[in-house]
Design a binder for this molecule. Structure first.
Ligand code: SF4
Ligand code: SF4
Length: 161
């Protein structure tokens, strides 16, 4: 007897839950009000992801093509799966002293798990999340990216007054 009651109770709960969902759908169907869905990719020009969205690791550059990466290698060491490779070179600075600077900051997007350790642990705040998410490629090597732009240089430290 109990199992029969349970059987009909389950049916009742199922129908009630279906009705609750369909009521919301029906409401938007009859009177859309605030539109909560977007047509992708038709909306590419206006599409704006949420600030917290993690599309890919990027290295922001300013209007003078300068970044904050010193080539210290901390992000490379902290990345748990080897998605970052830091290649440095030695070059003379303004006083003619040889200093180590970043040559290539290589980011292997295909391996990245988006854990954020590189961004969080960078002492220079040189990395950030970019919002591009269209990463489909035919050639996997295109997912290996050099984050420092060609001809870019290290931004001088801002002196606080
Ligand atoms: S991105 Fe940051 S942690 Fe990585 S090498 Fe550059 S300064 Fe160092
Ligand atoms: S987000 Fe995580 S996995 Fe991706 S590059 Fe940074 S440390 Fe490596």
């Amino acid at each position: 007897m109990n199992s029969i009651i349970e059987y009909f109770t389950d049916i009742y709960k199922g129908v009630r839950s279906l009705w609750a969902g369909m009521r919301v759908t029906g409401k938007y169907f009859v009177s859309p009000g605030e539109i909560v869905t977007e047509q992708y990719p038709e909306n590419r020009a206006t599409l704006k992801m949420e600030e917290r969205f993690k599309g890919e690791v990027i290295m922001p550059h300013d209007e003078n093509n300068q970044h904050r990466c010193t080539g210290c290698g901390i992000c490379e060491v902290n990345c748990p799966n080897g998605s970052i490779e830091i290649i440095t070179k030695r070059t003379p600075n303004e006083e003619g002293k040889m200093v180590r600077v970043i040559d290539k900051h290589i980011y292997h997007l295909a391996m990245c798990t988006f854990c954020e350790l590189c961004i969080k642990t960078c002492p220079s705040n040189a990395l950030a999340w970019g919002q591009d998410f269209e990463h489909a490629v035919f050639d996997r090597s295109k997912l290996n990216k050099v984050l420092n732009k060609p001809g870019s240089s290290l931004k001088k430290k801002e002196v606080k007054s």
